[in-house]
Design a protein around this ligand. Structure first.
Ligand SMILES: C[S@@+](CC[C@H](N)C(=O)[O-])C[C@H]1O[C@@H](n2cnc3c(N)ncnc32)[C@H](O)[C@@H]1O
Length: 344
């Protein structure tokens, strides 16, 4: 039977493995990943392999369907099935477990959430108009929606914290702050990066600034940090706390068009004294079309918000127009770089 070995039998056989086949079914793979994440299947695989029947009994799911979904995800390398029909997690998929160090479960639940799924459905319309598919699906902008939808806000904030968690320390260790500096993390989410920065240098103080509902869920209540931080809820298009020696913008500018990014930078520039520093923590795209992991995020930005990933030249231009001079770009061991600019 054609294609049963996974090898094309003929140059025109459409069923052999190919990028086209893979992409055509890509949304099914994402949906299968979401299904096992929603039902916390991986949480039951921390202590060894289990059959689909066993996993289904433990998770209240339908065993024959679970078997088929796990078989699909095994083809993608997420699980491995042994000759007894028991499944185990691939080492790279341990992060699907709730209690794994650096768990990515909340990140998976965010990226595969209908918030993005419904937007993805409208990408062809985005391609025609350039407008974010999210706005066509929801009738409002992404961050306006989050202000009105507490459950989606919680899904997004938890997903961001999960996605950012494993990289905060890697970012923090890539930049040395001077003793006694005051660091203001603008759009700092639940405070993971501020936590890592304050933990590394005990003389620093910090402010976590984000929307009120987000800072209300901050994670900074830790003994080693006591008395060195406070939170402020607000809108970074209106005002940010003054008096920072350092302002940090991590994964903020990529959410916004140049016009809106300039408004955010303008607010910070008004609050920042000349000589104070701005650290933009974002991926830096290479010039041209060289493969880069940030292109996934770039298309999420295209369909959900009006932002995009940028090159070093584009960051330099943007910062210059807002009254900051880009001085250096420090690589980190992970995706984002630290772009250090000074208020002029
Ligand atoms: C992509 S997340 C980045 C969070 C965090 N910096 C990180 O890297 O994990 C964008 C953040 O911007 C915040 N944000 C969006 N619009 C805002 C506004 N108008 N004022 C303040 N914060 C805002 C969101 O609440 C969210 O926490």
């Amino acid at each position: 039977m054609a294609g049963t070995t996974g090898e094309p039998n003929h140059p025109t056989d459409p069923f052999g493995p190919s990028p086209l086949q893979d992409l055509m079914y890509g949304h099914i793979h994402g949906a299968a990943l979401r299904a096992v994440a929603v039902h916390r299947i991986a949480d039951h695989l921390g202590d060894g392999p289990r059959t689909a029947d066993d996993l289904a009994a433990r998770t209240g799911t339908h065993a024959p369907s679970l078997r088929r979904i796990l078989r699909l995800l095994a083809v993608r390398g997420l699980f491995h099935e042994d000759d007894r029909g028991a499944f185990r997690l691939d080492d790279s998929a341990q992060a699907l477990r709730t209690d794994a160090p650096g768990s990515q479960l909340a990140a998976v639940l965010m990226i595969t959430d209908p918030m993005f799924g419904r937007s993805t459905d409208g990408l062809a319309e985005t391609l025609r108009t350039g407008e974010p598919a999210f706005e066509l699906a929801y009738g409002t902008s992404f961050f306006e929606h989050l202000l009105k939808a507490p459950e989606d806000r919680a899904t997004f904030d938890a997903g961001m914290a999960s996605m950012s968690g494993p990289v905060e320390e890697l970012v923090a260790q890539s930049y040395t702050f001077p003793e006694g500096a005051r660091v203001i993390d603008v759009g700092g989410g639940r405070g993971g990066l501020l936590d890592a920065v304050l933990t590394r240098e005990p003389t620093l103080t910090g402010v976590l600034f984000d929307q009120p509902a987000t800072v209300a869920e901050h994670l900074l209540d830790r003994p080693g940090l006591a008395g060195r931080w406070h939170t402020e809820g607000g809108d970074f298009f209106s005002a940010v706390p003054p008096g920072g020696d350092f302002y940090v913008l991590k994964h903020i500018l990529h959410d916004w068009s140049d016009e809106d990014a300039l408004r955010i930078l303008g607010t910070i520039r008004r609050a920042a004294a000349p000589g104070s520093r701005l650290l933009v923590v974002d991926a830096v795209l290479p010039e041209g079309s060289a493969p880069h992991p940030a292109v996934n995020v770039d298309v999420v930005m295209l369909l959900a918000v009006r932002g995009r990933e940028r090159t070093a030249a584009e960051f330099s231009d943007l910062l210059g127009r807002a009254g900051f001079r880009l001085e250096r770009i420090l690589p980190t061991p992970t995706l984002p770089s630290v772009l250090e600019a000074v208020a002029v």
